[in-house]
Design a protein around this ligand. Structure first.
Ligand SMILES: Nc1ncnc2c1ncn2[C@@H]1O[C@H](COP(=O)(O)OP(=O)(O)OP(=O)(O)O)[C@@H](O)[C@H]1O
Ligand SMILES: [Mg+2]
Length: 294
């Protein structure tokens, strides 16, 4: 199950040590209590065929923090996010250049198994996408295909549903179809399905964009709680959400290529979230976060 080409992930935290009570980002120790760089992204360009969608991206992701990627539509947030767990490999013509170092090892190096990369670095999508299976089978799916023993599945399902703050709502109907859950519940189920594989990092691409404000608040609380155990990178169009939940923010924008009349995404600024939203150093960031642009 482990890939010798990748450095060992840190051991999974004992779930019993995790409090079920979510805390706002401000109440967590800055940088998480464990510190440490999980990703060091250096000079990353992502192409779709000849088209350079994002260029020269450099930033770091710190353990137990929430890092938000923000910026106008088309600036490459989803593209960059997918490059962090080799999800772009699944798109024909997509290509990543530069280095995505995960605990010091480039995940694009020869010999690195992309399936193992995606187990360590899980992903939750914009639209909840439960399988047309029971609630139990959705969460058990990943562990099953990774060969986890049948006798261990029930514990993993319960633990994952608890961590995703869904257990109390579904514990009496685990055999029912996941498709009968509400949108917000489906998204929490997808989070449970992702964390059932004990990843270290959870990537989330606009996980609340299809949800109402109450379901959104629930997921935001959940993210803050999950950041005690996991490292989270989230794409969001919701400025308040980025400001509320994240520790660091990367602001992307686009540059027009005059010759080809195409737009390439660039990272304008990366800093503590508080700084990005109060005293950004680039005028483009200020215009965006104050709503004057985009
Ligand atoms: N599968 C693909 N094939 C070709 N080009 C793509 C593909 N996916 C994205 N692109 C292009 O890459 C650029 C960045 O797209 P991306 O979806 O990453 O932007 P985004 O910042 O996530 O936008 P949004 O906020 O609308 O989700 C865009 O010009 C887009 O058209
Ligand atoms: Mg996107």
């Amino acid at each position: 199950m482990s890939d010798p080409a990748l450095p060992a992930a840190r051991p999974t935290v004992d779930p019993r040590r995790l409090s079920a009570v979510p805390q706002p980002a401000g109440q967590r120790a800055p940088g998480g209590t464990q510190g440490g760089t999980v990703f060091d992204i250096k000079g990353v360009d992502v192409f779709y065929g000849d088209f350079k969608a994002v260029k020269e991206v450099n930033f770091t992701v710190t353990r137990n923090e929430i890092t938000a990627l923000i910026g106008p539509s088309g600036c490459g947030k989803s593209t960059l996010l997918r490059s962090l767990n080799r999800m772009n490999d699944l798109i024909p013509g997509a290509r990543v250049e530069g280095t995505v170092a995960y605990h010091g090892k480039n995940i694009y190096d020869q010999g690195v198994d992309p399936v193992e990369v995606r187990r360590r670095i899980g992903m939750v999508f914009q639209k909840a996408n439960p399988f047309p299976k029971s609630i139990f089978d959705n969460v058990a799916y990943g562990p099953r295909i990774h060969g986890v023993k049948r006798t261990e599945l029930a514990d993993i399902v319960e633990d994952s549903l608890r961590k995703a703050a869904l257990w109390d709502e579904v514990k009496d109907k685990l055999k029912q179809s996941a498709l009968a859950l509400s949108g917000g519940q489906q998204q929490r189920l997808c989070i449970a399905r992702t964390i059932a594989l004990s990843p270290e990092v959870v990537l989330m691409d606009e996980p609340c964009s299809a949800l109402d404000p109450i379901a959104t608040a629930r997921i935001e609380e959940l993210m803050v709680d999950l950041a005690r155990q996991f490292t989270i990178v989230i794409v969001t169009h919701n400025m308040q959400q980025a400001a509320r939940v994240s520790d660091k923010t990367a602001f992307f924008s686009t540059e027009v290529n005059e010759l080809s009349d195409t737009r390439t995404g660039v990272l304008v600024e990366f800093d503590d979230t508080q700084r990005i939203f109060t005293t950004p150093s680039d005028e483009r960031t200020e215009n965006y976060v104050t709503g004057r642009f985009g």
